[in-house]
Design a protein around this ligand. Structure first.
Ligand SMILES: Cc1cc2nc3c(=O)[nH]c(=O)nc-3n(C[C@H](O)[C@H](O)[C@H](O)COP(=O)(O)OP(=O)(O)OC[C@H]3O[C@@H](n4cnc5c(N)ncnc54)[C@H](O)[C@@H]3O)c2cc1C
Length: 421
């Protein structure tokens, strides 16, 4: 079986790695000119089953060695005293395994373990599924035929657009926006993340220990949907500056570095609401199929766990595995969709009562006995979603015995590495 995967971030490399272990010939096509690795991108979390998957890949030690090491959180807010939270204790109490890592670092580690063929700087232009295979054309590479094509190309998935239709019809806007960019480490933050909340606004900044820089993060809610051009970064920067021009706190210092930021990211906090992730021989995994909303939905863990299950189901059942994968991950996906709206209400408070909630919970929970913390976590939406589907054991399908062969991916099409946006 020959499988083409579009997207080499989180779901793509995990899927490719496991397909390779099961003896499936895999090609990954990635739009960026080289791997989005290194120290760019935002911090993401691996929880529960996602940590099991990376352990089964033999990558746990490497991933934990590259973690962000943000150990403390300070929450400041309008009209309240600052709250200091011991994040190490909070996470240790909630779950046995959790790691926070920059997405670019995670991608680097995942894809270095995957010996599949990678086509960089390219993108699929058409998919023709004739029932026996899929004919694929690319922007740059020669046309090829595959048994299956999987979209692991994120919230604005190209494969989804080509095979399932335009994004607008399957996108649920949760009413908020998110912006992230790099800047000098203005506040000498060390291992501390500094945030400030007010009604409908959250601003945060944390340092990136490997670069000596820091990241600024803005989450905000608006009464009506903003209109902007998705490709026009300058327009988005102006929009952000306008939204926060009167905010006060440390925002003026953060905004001074906005114009110069070359890794600026801006997007709506939205979910993908498709209820099937299969069209014939074309499938979707991770954010492409069921993005639970960036930054508020546990999307990285969902992408890792579901990519592992998809690989196992395809290896076990061939193309019919697309259907069994869908049945297996549906509950995890459905429960994950409930997370974003709830988390939004807590971290971007809609009113004065909600403004008191996060600092209160974040300061009280780490002081509770571990069993109580574990119980709270198990009742929490992320814990429930990720714990809802036990990871199947596909080890009998494995063709290559040793975990995580560190072969470099074959690269074509593009010079050097690009930082993750
Ligand atoms: C600012 C921000 C903060 C976040 N914080 C967290 C967090 O704290 N915790 C958490 O769990 N999650 C967080 N997330 C969400 C997390 O990043 C995603 O859920 C996760 O990366 C999904 O992985 P994926 O592989 O499915 O998709 P993505 O990571 O989006 O990767 C898609 C890949 O496809 C590639 N691609 C796109 N178009 C094409 C094309 N036409 N052809 C080929 N390749 C293409 C992209 O370049 C990219 O490499 C955050 C997201 C953002 C944006």
């Amino acid at each position: 079986m020959k499988v083409l995967i579009s997207g080499a971030s989180v779901a793509g490399p995990v899927l490719a790695y496991w397909l390779d272990r099961y003896g499936v010939e895999t090609t990954v096509v990635e739009r960026t000119p080289a791997l989005r690795h290194g120290l760019g991108g935002h911090a993401v979390d691996l929880f529960g089953p996602a940590t099991d998957v990376v352990q089964r890949m033999g990558l746990w030690d490497e991933i934990t060695a590259s973690r962000t090491m943000i150990e403390e959180l300070t929450i400041e807010r309008s009209g309240g005293r600052p709250v200091h939270v011991d994040l190490g204790r909070l996470y240790a109490g909630m779950s046995d395994q959790h790691v926070e890592i920059l997405r670019g670092e995670l991608t680097r580690i995942l894809s270095a373990a995957d010996p599949s063929e990678y086509l960089f700087g390219d993108s699929i232009t058409s998919l023709t599924d004739d029932g026996a295979g899929v004919d694929v054309t690319f922007e740059r590479s020669e046309p090829r035929r595959f048994d299956l094509v999987i979209g692991a190309d994120g919230m604005h998935s190209n494969v989804r657009r080509l095979a399932f239709g335009p994004e607008e019809s399957m996108r649920r806007h949760l009413g908020g926006y998110l912006a992230v960019y790099s800047l000098p480490n203005l506040f000498d933050l060390g291992t501390r993340m500094l945030t400030h909340q007010s009604v409908n606004r959250l601003v945060g900044t944390y340092s990136v220990r490997q670069t000596g820089q820091s990241r600024a993060m803005f989450l905000f809610r608006t009464a009506t949907e903003l209109e902007y051009d998705h490709r026009d970064k300058d327009q988005q920067k102006r929009l952000l500056a306008k939204e926060f021009r009167d905010y006060g706190w440390r925002v003026p210092q953060l905004l001074e570095h906005l114009e110069a930021a070359d890794d600026f990211y801006f997007d709506a906090i939205a979910q993908i609401t498709l209820d099937t992730w299969q069209r014939g021989r074309i499938g979707l995994v991770g954010d492409a199929g069921y993005c639970p909303a960036p930054a508020v939905g546990g999307g990285t863990s969902l992408a890792v766990a579901t990519a592992y299950i998809l690989a196992g189901e395809l290896a076990a059942h061939g193309p019919a595995g697309l259907r069994s994968y869908e049945l297996k991950v549906r509950r995890m996906v459905d429960l994950s969709r409930a997370i974003g709206p709830k988390v939004m209400g807590t971290i971007i408070p809609g009113g004065p009562a909600a403004l008191r909630l996060l600092p209160l919970a974040a300061s009280v929970v780490p002081k509770l006995p571990t069993p109580v913390q574990r119980f709270i976590w198990s009742q929490n939406a992320v814990g429930k979603a990720l714990g809802s589907t036990p990871l199947p054991d596909y080890s009998a399908l494995t063709k290559s015995p040793s975990p995580g062969s560190p072969a470099n991916p074959v690269q074509s099409g593009g010079p050097g590495a690009t930082p993750a946006p």
